[in-house]
Design a protein around this ligand. Sequence first.
Ligand SMILES: [Zn+2]
Length: 237
Amino acid sequence: MWGRGLPTHLILQGPPAVEVVLKRSARAKRLSLRVSGLDRRVSLTLPPRVRLREAEAFLREKESWLRTALARNPDMVRVEPEAEVLFQGAPHVVELATVKAVQVEGDRLLVPGRAPERTGARVEAFLKLQARHRLQAASDLYAARLGLPYGRLTLRDTRSRWGSCSAEGNLNYSWRLIMAPAEVLEYVAAHEVAHLAEMNHSPAFWDVVTRLYGPYAEQRGWLRQHGGQLHRYRFKD
Ligand SMILES: [Zn+2]
């Protein structure tokens, strides 16, 4: 273990120079280097008892991988082992593990280690399933509150809208809402359910939303400000 004088970061000489934040973790079993998909920060996680010069050697060994990862389109995050993906508004690190199905453990998303090339597809399938559960539960709740039934519930991957309600009373949602904070997903469900009563965005419509959900400005604002982020993730090549 390190005593005092442990550096908080290392600099990989450039050009361009890259700052690597050092994180010690009692849980880590090996050195791992990561580029955050959210803010492009580079971090190196060290298990207990790993010495600084081992960390430096590891970093040099991974330098070309790191520079390639940093040069990639920053607007796109490829979901693969060690990547960060949003789940219910919080970043989760994708980790290969001896699990049978994808599962959440703290801030990690554990993915079956067999066939790691299928990681992105597995995470996507997991997120879609979670999205369906949560959107259905929220739609059921608000429809019951409103006293009007809805028809079918369909998940889509639309860029232009987070949800819609058809004239027949069918609800459509973007499954990517599962990456947003839970209350944002719930607001979208309340919004679409409210269209069962008011097929417009009149003041009467917003009154229904408030009645079903409560104050919604913050959640609506989140989608405006951060919603685009949810489209940065690529699950398959
Ligand atoms: Zn609407």
